[in-house]
Design a protein around this ligand. Structure first.
Ligand code: KG4
Ligand code: ZN
Length: 338
């Protein structure tokens, strides 16, 4: 039974976790910086890396303490190598390298998206081939996994990630950062009454959200210019339904084209109640032979447990890094794992 210590620091959460036997969480510590970045309306990379430096030792200490383990009990150290903010990633990579050197442990580099997908393994057995819809602040991807360590990106965003669009629309609606969860809440009181632009990229499984985001902005300007009023909850609901329908349409098409056993949601936006409802009600009904899985809310946003699970699988597959390894802000999922 392997015990993997995992470190995640790709954006604004400093996180460490210990995973036993590829899916059992012995400890899972996350120090979030949201309260600091809230004041700026978004993540400020320089500030993020500085806070990672302040927090990383404490987070690692607490992680070992909570699991009642020492470094001697650990088989390998998994860490997010990319993608993400260079300065943020760097702190996690350096911490992993230092521990590996000091305690003679193997290093296992993990792609952040592989981590998001494997968050689902914390709650259920994964069955392959599998289709994953990865939706977060930095990613919007449809990923086909023929088996447990092969990743094929079928579609990706041509501009903004969906979480980024949620956060930017949240900002223009005057909501706190990160806007996604607030738009989700506000939408519950609103109606889907405004028709917003729904960009259609050339490749049928690709995504695009910048036109929709500008559509919301233009709508607000038009209303202001004409001295018309509108309810923010109606605009939030209309935006959310439009954005989520773009995801569902692509997922639907991908599931028509690929014969898979499971469809899993992953990433921060997987916490969205409208997306969760439509996956369980519509996608599941339309593709009855496919088992739809949605991770619990605690597994959606960034954490190190998910990196620990993906790291455990990678460790078994012999994935290793040496002491020269460095952060890869633009890391490619397919070439990093295949
Ligand atoms: O996976 P994550 O923690 O970080 C990245 O890897 O990017 O995702 C964060 C994103 C943010 O954009 C946040 O607004 C969004 O997930 N998010 C949501 C909800 N909860 C978090 N978006 C829509 N509805 C939610 N309930
Ligand atoms: Zn993430």
């Amino acid at each position: 039974m392997s015990k993997i210590l995992a470190i995640e620091s790709s954006c604004d959460e400093t996180a460490a976790a210990i995973i036993e036997d590829e899916h059992i969480v012995l400890s899972n510590v996350v120090a979030t910086q949201i309260d600091v970045h809230k004041d700026y309306g978004g993540v400020i990379p320089e500030i993020a890396s500085r806070i990672h430096i302040e927090n990383i030792s404490m987070v690692l200490d607490e992680c070992l303490k909570k699991a009642n383990l020492t470094m001697n009990d650990i088989d390998a150290i998994a860490f997010t190598q990319g993608p993400g903010l260079i300065g943020s990633l760097h702190v996690g990579v350096q911490a992993a390298k230092t521990l590996a050197w000091a305690f003679h442990k193997p290093l296992v580099p993990v792609h952040h998206i592989a981590g998001h997908i494997y968050a689902n393994r914390l709650v259920t057995e994964l069955k392959f081939p599998l289709m994953a819809l990865v939706v977060s602040g930095g990613h919007t991807e449809l990923v086909y996994m023929k088996d447990e360590w092969s990743f094929e990106v079928l579609g990706t965003t041509q501009d903004d990630a969906i979480g980024e669009a949620f956060d930017k629309v949240g900002r223009v609606l005057g909501l706190p950062y990160p806007g996604g969860v607030y738009i989700d809440k506000l939408s519950k009181q609103g109606k889907n009454i405004y028709k917003l632009p729904k960009p259609k990229p050339e490749k049928e499984l690709d995504f695009s959200f910048s036109g929709l985001k500008s559509g919301v902005l233009q709508f607000i300007k038009r209303m202001e210019r004409n001295n018309e009023s509108f309810l923010p909850e109606d605009l939030a609901r209309s935006f959310q339904e439009t954005a989520i329908s773009c995801l569902l349409e692509r997922a639907d098409k991908a599931l028509d084209q690929y014969d898979v056993r499971q469809f899993v949601l992953a990433g921060g936006v997987a916490a969205n109640s409208c997306l969760r409802e439509h996956v369980m009600n519509d996608i599941q009904k339309r593709h009855q032979h496919v088992e739809c899985i949605i991770p619990p809310l605690s597994c959606c946003t960034d954490n190190a447990a998910m990196i620990g699970v993906a790291g455990s699988i990678a460790y078994r597959h012999g994935v290793r890094a040496d002491a020269s390894v460095s952060a890869q802000p633009g890391m490619d999922l397919e070439s990093s794992t295949n």
